[in-house]
Design a protein around this ligand. Structure first.
Ligand SMILES: [Zn+2]
Length: 312
């Protein structure tokens, strides 16, 4: 065997092992009808096993190619999403739309751009992606290890500037709406009027408790949720968890945000201190059914308090 042959064999073997590793993990598929599929990732944290795909994605079939909503947290994650899209629609991804700036919404962009896809995102989203990318790659590296290899941050090839914009591909219409800064600054949602279907991105968490972080805007998120609920969607593909409707999103996200933000606000206005807010709101048995409650609820109350007091 010549050196060249050896190298070719090795390349084949390496490509095979990457493909084999990538196929171990599958997102759960929910067929929403109207050529729309939700790809539901696990509710827990990013891990080597899940490729950082711990979020919900969506695929929309159109006669001119598939639309993928959010591109995954890595090059390998992007390839998995592309393979699933191909399997479901028989088509390659023509458009990728980023609904937010969190790692699992956009770090697969470069791979799709290399395949010739157009990547669409709002200017506000892109600005936050640029700000957060350093931390995101640092946090992903220990979880994804070599599965993060080849991941190059890349931003949209088509940037939306208006707060609302209509996008059309293959006779399908999607409206992009920026509502308010929420989980991240620059989160957007997508609305498909003909199917009364809403792609909520990180505005809506189902089955698991949402996470109010220092970079989030607790009050903005509650405001954005109110605007989103007013669309009165029949189907909501959330940013995390399984497909729902407006009432379901209200239960798992809207009611929880209102409980935290409105509850904390009166303590903040009295300058009562985060301890006092936690004493009253730190136990919320009505939300214990949501996964990650024990890890995140008290931190959410604390973070919301700090933000609201600082904003007074
Ligand atoms: Zn998320």
């Amino acid at each position: 065997m010549t050196f060249g042959m050896l190298r070719a064999a090795c390349a084949l073997l390496c490509a095979w092992s990457v493909a084999a590793a990538a196929t171990e993990f599958r997102l759960e598929v929910e067929d929403v009808g109207h050529g729309i599929f939700a790809l539901v990732g696990p509710l827990g944290d990013r891990s080597y096993e899940n490729h950082g795909l711990n979020a919900t994605y969506a695929v929309i079939d159109t006669p001119e190619g598939a639309i993928l909503i959010d591109s995954g947290a890595s090059r390998m994650g992007a390839e998995l999403l592309a393979a699933e899209t191909q399997r479901l629609t028989g088509k390659p991804v023509r458009w990728v739309i980023n609904t937010g700036a969190q790692d699992h919404r956009w770090l697969g962009n470069a791979w799709f751009i290399a395949q010739g896809a157009e990547v669409i995102a709002h200017k506000r989203t892109v600005n936050t992606q640029k700000k957060e990318v350093g931390h995101q790659l640092e946090r992903l590296a220990p979880a994804l290890k070599e599965r993060l290899d080849g991941t190059e941050p890349a931003h949209a090839t088509r940037v939306i500037v208006a707060d609302s914009e209509t996008l059309q591909l293959g006779g399908r219409t999607l409206e992009m709406h920026y509502l308010s800064d929420a989980h991240f600054a620059g989160d957007v949602m997508l609305w498909m009027p003909e199917a009364r279907t809403l792609f909520a991105g990180d505005h809506v968490y189902m089955d698991r408790i949402l996470s109010i972080r220092p970079f989030s805007s607790a009050e903005g998120w509650l405001e954005a949720f109110g605007k989103l609920a007013a669309f009165d969607a029949v189907v909501i593909v959330p940013g995390h968890g399984s497909v729902t409707d407006t009432a379901g999103a209200q239960r798992d996200t809207g009611d929880y945000l209102a409980f935290v933000v409105e509850g904390v606000r009166k303590h903040a206005e009295d300058m009562a201190g985060a301890e006092e807010a936690l004493a009253e709101l730190g136990d919320a048995p009505q939300f214990e059914r949501l996964q990650n409650y024990a890890d995140l609820h008290r931190a959410n109350v604390h973070q919301a308090y700090l933000q609201i007091e600082a904003g007074l």
